[in-house]
Design a protein around this ligand. Structure first.
Ligand SMILES: Nc1nc2c(c(=O)[nH]1)N[C@H]1C(S)=C(S)[C@@H](COP(=O)(O)O)O[C@H]1N2
Ligand SMILES: [Mo]
Length: 317
């Protein structure tokens, strides 16, 4: 297999240092209340969702494919905490409280700590990354996300040699998410996901704080989520509250629910079918047809294929 190791581009080369420093200075000058407080802004025509994230750097990882509209991306969601149908999260998450918010990063690390949302926003320069996003159900979209590589956050806490995997956990509160029970949603809560440490450190793995140049709307995983473009969408865990570096493979929500259908790796693979449907083609929304060929690793193979060298991807699905 021919592999171009774009994964080895150092972070400093992706974003020029000047942009990084300006960004820090810029964000430092904005009061936390402004960054967090959507009430202070006049409502945009995109509902009341976001606060602008100015000065986003361009990313070499962006696709040039046509972006889906904000309206589609925010009204066709999987976020089972707010209901299991595609239109429910947009309606049920409207009042989701995402301020104050902290993300705890703990486990096999030298410097465990909690990060406030304000600290997360200032940790590294925010980039716009236009990624293909492929749901295991068969549909796909193209979204301009905002954030930076997850590795920037993980490096802050200094993973120890015991850290081999990373476990992620979503926010869960029955008062705000009355539909988030196993009997109503068929999965267990809190929603948990996991990656091998080298996958989590891959520069494509995005710690995402926004989309379409604004902070994330609740239905898309506010205030902070993962986006892993080479994996099926369910790996891209929303509304993150905990990240734990661990020594062995952590449990993951969809694998616990249906282990024969959803594995730990869940790399997009047109040659490995879901037991109940083919994965060879996808429905690129808003097209009503499942007519777009699905690409290996969702088209990110040049970047990520080396992570799986020597692995039987039918076995490690
Ligand atoms: N906490 C949580 N994260 C989640 C989900 C969920 O139900 N709960 N759904 C996943 C699935 S199946 C997909 S396809 C993507 C959808 O992200 P989007 O709605 O922003 O397109 O979120 C993923 N992250
Ligand atoms: Mo999904």
């Amino acid at each position: 297999m021919l592999i171009k190791k774009s994964a080895d581009i150092p972070y400093s080369e992706i974003t020029p240092q000047a942009v990084y420093l300006n960004r820090r200075k810029f964000l430092a000058g904005i009061p936390a209340a402004f960054l967090a407080g959507r009430e202070l802004l006049s409502p945009s025509r995109r509902s009341l969702a976001g606060t602008k994230l100015p000065g986003l750097a361009k990313s070499p990882f962006s696709t040039t494919e046509k972006e889906n509209t904000y309206d589609l991306v925010t009204h066709y969601n999987n976020f089972y905490e707010f209901g299991t149908s595609k239109d429910q999260p947009a309606r049920n998450a409207t009042h989701f409280k995402t301020d104050p918010w902290t993300v705890s990063v703990e486990g096999a690390v030298a410097k465990p700590r909690k990060f406030s949302m304000d600290e997360i926003l200032k940790l590294a320069p925010l980039e716009e990354r236009i990624y293909r996003h492929r749901c295991v159900e068969g549909w796909s979209i193209v979204v301009p996300w905002a954030g930076y590589s997850l590795s920037a956050l993980l490096n802050q806490v200094q993973p120890t040699s015991k850290a081999k995997f990373v476990a992620f956990e979503s926010y869960w509160d029955l008062k705000q998410m009355p539909l988030a029970t196993e009997d109503k949603a068929f999965i267990r809560f809190p929603y948990v996901e996991g990656l091998r440490l080298d996958e989590a450190m891959h520069p494509l793995a995005l710690l995402c704080v926004g989309m379409y140049g604004e902070t994330l709307p609740p239905q898309d995983g506010a205030p902070v989520r993962l986006v892993l473009p080479w994996k099926y969408g369910f790996k891209s865990i929303k509304s993150l509250v905990k990240i734990k570096l661990v020594g062995s493979q952590p449990p993951t929500t969809w694998n616990m629910a249906t282990p024969n259908e959803y594995g730990f790796y869940s790399n997009v693979n047109p040659q490995v079918d879901h037991p109940r449907w083919s994965q060879a083609k996808e429905q690129r929304l808003p097209s009503p047809f499942k007519s777009t060929p699905t690409q290996m690793f969702n088209g990110y193979g040049d970047q990520v294929a080396h992570l799986y060298d020597g692995m039987d991807l039918k076995k490690y699905y």
